[in-house]
Design a protein around this ligand. Structure first.
Ligand SMILES: Cc1ncc(COP(=O)(O)O)c(C=O)c1O
Length: 308
């Protein structure tokens, strides 16, 4: 069995409820309600300069997501940081790290009754960060507006970053079938909401527009950070109510996420966006984003000299 996993090239280290193991050996009970029912919440972080980026924001969102499903978070942000750091050390030499933190309802009987799961399960996956290939930034990617709707906020609210990801997986798989690298979804009102693993932006007349939170979406930390970057680089970044027809008026488009930063979108369902090349507003925001991400994770001189 281990050979099978090793053959899959699993890299890194995984913390599971107090034990750190190599990726191929990490395991959790099939009675964990995260596995059985998708009951859990998660965060995906990455490092810049080996420092987890926007750590406080990820902790805030993890706590908010857990709150929406009445899940206890039995550790402080500092304690979680300590466990992430230990797992990063166990993962060995990483250029930059991909970090996934999962908190589930825990292990218990086959029932939805929360009494059966007294202790949440904590899993931390650390592996080398696979940055998107250079062609993503030079040529842009193709996405597809898929027929799968983003969850109604009265159902599994998209604001919850939950392990219950069937809606997202179906959207991405449909996009892949159509030869695209992301699936853009509408909400139940027919407005654009977000992609399966990223937020969506389009640029019109120099302004970067992204669906408002009320469209029913996950409020990405990259998306929020971009509002600040926009102010810094002098580009208006705004929330807007957008419809599929608006895509025809887009001069540029891009998606945002922790692991994909800003990835230019140059085709939607085969139709070129603007010139069909990554546009100037997207590139200016991407450069501003990277500059600021690297600056705020730069170890201060005093810290760097302490480590020598
Ligand atoms: C549905 C969805 N929207 C948006 C995002 C982007 O969020 P962030 O920028 O915090 O990574 C993600 C990230 O995985 C996502 O799954």
């Amino acid at each position: 069995m281990l050979d099978f996993f090793n053959g899959m090239g699993l890299r890194g280290a995984v913390y599971v409820n107090g034990t750190i193991a190599p990726a191929a050996e990490a395991a959790i009970s099939v009675y964990d309600h995260g596995f059985l029912y998708g009951e859990g919440v998660y965060e995906t972080l990455r490092t810049y300069n080996h420092v987890p980026f926007l750590y406080d924001g990820h902790c805030r969102r993890l706590r908010a997501s857990a709150g929406y499903i009445a899940l206890d978070v039995p550790f402080t942000d500092d304690e979680l940081f300590e466990r992430i750091s230990e797992t990063m050390i166990a993962a060995g030499d990483l250029h930059e790290a991909y970090i996934r933190v999962l908190l589930t309802r825990g292990i218990g009987e086959l029932t939805y009754d929360i009494v059966s799961t007294p202790a949440p399960s904590l899993v931390i996956i650390v592996k080398p960060l696979d940055e998107p290939p250079a062609r993503v930034y030079t040529d842009g990617i193709a996405i597809s507006l898929v027929p799968i709707l983003r969850n109604h906020p009265g159902s599994v609210n998209p604001i919850i970053k939950s392990n219950n990801l069937l809606n997202n997986a179906l959207a991405m798989q449909e996009a892949n079938r159509r030869g695209a690298e992301e699936g853009l979804m509408c909400n139940y009102r027919g407005e654009l909401s977000e992609c399966s693993q990223a937020n969506f932006f389009m640029v019109r007349e120099g302004v970067a527009l992204t669906p408002v939170s009320e469209a029913g979406l996950l409020e990405g930390l990259t998306r929020s950070f971009l509002f600040e970057v926009g102010r810094e680089v002098g580009i208006d970044v705004r929330g807007a109510t957008l419809h599929p027809e608006d895509l025809e008026t887009a001069d540029e488009a891009f998606i945002t996420s922790t692991t994909r930063e800003l990835s230019p979108v140059t085709r939607i369902d085969g139709r070129p966006i603007g010139t069909g090349r990554p546009g100037p507003v997207t590139i200016k925001l991407l450069e501003g984003y990277r500059r600021r991400a690297r600056a705020i994770t730069q170890p201060r001189v005093s810290e760097a000299s302490l480590r020598k």
